[in-house]
Ligand binder design. Sequence first.
Ligand code: SAH
Length: 261
Amino acid sequence: MIYFIGAGPGAADLITVKGKELLERADLIIYAGSLVNKKLLEYAKPSCTIMDSAAMTLEEVIAAMVPVAQEGKLVVRLHTGDPSVYGAHREQMDLLRSYNLDFEIVPGVSSFMAAAAALKAEYTLPNVSQSVIITRMEGRTGVPDKQRIADYAAHNATMVIFLSSGLTEKLQKELISGGYSPETPAAIVYKASWPGEEKVMRCTVGTIDATAKENGISNLALITVGGFLGSEYERSELYNPTFAHGFREADASKLDVKPGK
Ligand code: SAH
């Protein structure tokens, strides 16, 4: 059996229990060496073969997996964060299907979630933003028409920008030309959740580029943008005493509830 496993954003204890148990049983682990915390490899048994995919092509990765899986052994493909976000695992799954090999996916904590934790922020604040746009700048990998940063900026929603911390000058220009004011709060989160290495840099849309350059950030970072980083929002209806729902009656007197009362 082959498992695509989300390694989580960095901290070794942010892998799922299921992911860790599979690492312990694996006969072959192919991990994304540029981003996966090597501490996770300590879970592997001594007889496990471990390969770093950083220097491998898609064909080489598949060529390494197929014979081991065909012998009935356990193969783990370890991707950073969650495989479904810029993980390039679709092409691997399609090739494995062509060999009639079965696989399963074990989700992971994506780095955009670890970034919100580092910021102690909620992406979806009532009356500020109810949507999270996960995107990237066009690099060597293009982005389809109508999906450029400026197109999304027009919505003024929460934006999490992957793979773009080396392109901040252009990113900042596109965010502003698309419709965010330069004063909109923003933050760069470097190595979210990595013990001793995480760095949070709060700024505004107009200072993203200067902030990245001053701090020498050009990779391993996410850029988050939007009013969710500001101080204004409305409280939720769900927990509002004046709002009734299936599990609770409305009772305005509960607005007075305080700790110890
Ligand atoms: N599948 C991964 C993303 C892989 S793309 C996930 O779910 O997180 C690689 C990009 O993700 C990096 O260039 C960076 O933008 C971002 N990234 C991955 N781990 C990160 C971390 N711990 N902190 C900040 N950004 C991270």
